[in-house]
Ligand binder design. Structure first.
Ligand code: DX5
Ligand code: ZN
Length: 220
C-alpha cells in the first residue's frame, strides 16, 4: 500500500484550523488525523463532530481519520459519520463490546480501526481481523502531542505487520506519537504504512519540506 502521511491537527493553530488543514494538504499530506479527547478516558479535552463538520463545510475533501480517545465510544460514532469522518478508530479498553463498535462504525459508512496503547496487548486482534480496515499502534501514551516515541513500539509493529500479512487483508498499519523525520525510516522498516505526525510537522515553518523529507526516509 502507498504510505500515507497523516498530520495530527492537535498541534495546528486552532484559531486558523481551516487554513492549517488546507496548508498541510497542499504540502502533500494524504490524510488528516483528528484527535478526539474527552478528559475522562484521557486527561485532555479537544474537539468533536462540530469541528469535523466545519472542516468539511470549509471545503476539505481529503480523508479525515478520527482517533477517538473517549469513553464510552458508541454513541458518538453516528455524529462523526454525519460530520464527514472517513476512518474512525477507538481504544478497545473504552468499548464494552468491541465487535459491536466495529460493526457500528462500518454500518455508518466509515472505515474502522482498533487502537493499541503502548501496554495494550495484541490479543484484542484475535477475533476481529475480518472487521478491521486500520490497526493503530500508539507510540506514546495518549493524551498529548509532543511526546517522545517509545522504542518498544518497533517490535510491536513487526508483530502486527506479520499478523496483517498472514491475514491476507488490506489493513492499514498506522503509528501515532513522537513520529519525526529522524525515526520515520525505522518505523516504516518495521512495517507501518500510515504515519501520524503532529508537532514534527506543525512546529516547522515549511510543512512541505518536512513532509517531503518524511517521504524520502520512508522510501529509503
Ligand atoms: C496523542 C495523539 C497524537 C498526537 C501526536 O494522544 O493521539 O495524535 O497528536 O502528536 P505528536 O506527533 O506531536 O507526538
Ligand atoms: Zn492520535
Amino acid at each position: 500500500m502507498q504510505p500515507w502521511i497523516a498530520p495530527s491537527i492537535l498541534s495546528a493553530d486552532f484559531a486558523r484550523l481551516g487554513e492549517e488543514v488546507s496548508a498541510v494538504l497542499d504540502a502533500g499530506a494524504d490524510v488528516i488525523h483528528f484527535d478526539v479527547m474527552d478528559n475522562h478516558y484521557v486527561p485532555n479535552l479537544t474537539i468533536g463532530p462540530m469541528v469535523c463538520k466545519a472542516l468539511r463545510d470549509y471545503g476539505i475533501t481529503a480523508p479525515i481519520d478520527v482517533h477517538l480517545m473517549v469513553k464510552p465510544v458508541d454513541r458518538i460514532i453516528p455524529d462523526f459519520a454525519d460530520a464527514g469522518a472517513s476512518i474512525i478508530t477507538f481504544h478497545p479498553e473504552a468499548s464494552e463490546h468491541i465487535d459491536r463498535t466495529l460493526q457500528t462504525i462500518r454500518e455508518h459508512g466509515c472505515q474502522a480501526g482498533l487502537v493499541f496503547n503502548p501496554a495494550t496487548p495484541l490479543h484484542y486482534l484475535d477475533h476481529v481481523m475480518d472487521k478491521l480496515d486500520v490497526i493503530l499502534l500508539m507510540s506514546v501514551n495518549p493524551g498529548f502531542g509532543g511526546q517522545s516515541f517509545i522504542p518498544s513500539t518497533l517490535d510491536k509493529l513487526r508483530q502486527v505487520r506479520q499478523r496483517i500479512d498472514a491475514s491476507g487483508r488490506d489493513i492499514r498499519l498506522e503509528v501515532d506519537g513522537g513520529v519525526n523525520v529522524n525515526n520515520i525510516g525505522e518505523i516504516a522498516a518495521a512495517g507501518a504504512d500510515m504515519f501520524v505526525a503532529g508537532s514534527a510537522i506543525f512546529n516547522q515553518p515549511n510543512y512541505a519540506d518536512v513532509i517531503q523529507q518524511m517521504r524520502q526516509k520512508i522510501s529509503q
